[in-house]
Design a binder for this molecule. Sequence first.
Ligand code: SF4
Ligand code: SF4
Length: 189
Amino acid sequence: MAVRYRDRYLIDNDGPLPPELLNDLDLAYEVAARVNRMVPCEGCGTCCHQSRILVLEEEMEAISAELSMPVQRFMEEHLRRKGDDWFFSVTGPCAFLGEDRRCRIHDVKPRICRDAPFLNTQFIGAVLYLLRNQRQGLVLPLLGTFLMDDSPCSLKAAAMVSEEIALLLQRDEDDQGGPGKVCRSPGAA
Ligand code: SF4
Ligand code: SF4
């Protein structure tokens, strides 16, 4: 079962997220946000080829208006449903990716796209996995599909992520007087 974290990230978990997992997710989110700020986009277009582009219900009206079509038609033509969530239906390049590699719905694109490339479920999940290993002294490389076909931003992120995790773990330990125990969700920045 998938549980929402910060309203838009889908985390596989049976039941509500326990405090220790929420604490680690907050740390992983913070690492992802720092990497997101530090790594510039080089416009390769790769992140618009992912299969799980989440579209929130509150975002549908603006996108349909931009496309000059009723919301119902937009949903039928462009979205697929999984459980309570809606995703763009295409699995290759996004239908709104222009030939110039620019987004044709830039002003109204989903929040998940505005948060690209690293504030997404896949990357936060990967950082969570690395962070939990690193807390035990095992420093693992960033590998997997979130590397987005070796896109330039992914390679830069891979080079910095373990150091960013180390900084956050150290700060968390300093804050708590030991390994992280306190849950800062919800609403932690
Ligand atoms: S994959 Fe990275 S470099 Fe390429 S368009 Fe997306 S954010 Fe930019
Ligand atoms: S909506 Fe725009 S930014 Fe988002 S995946 Fe499609 S083309 Fe890329």
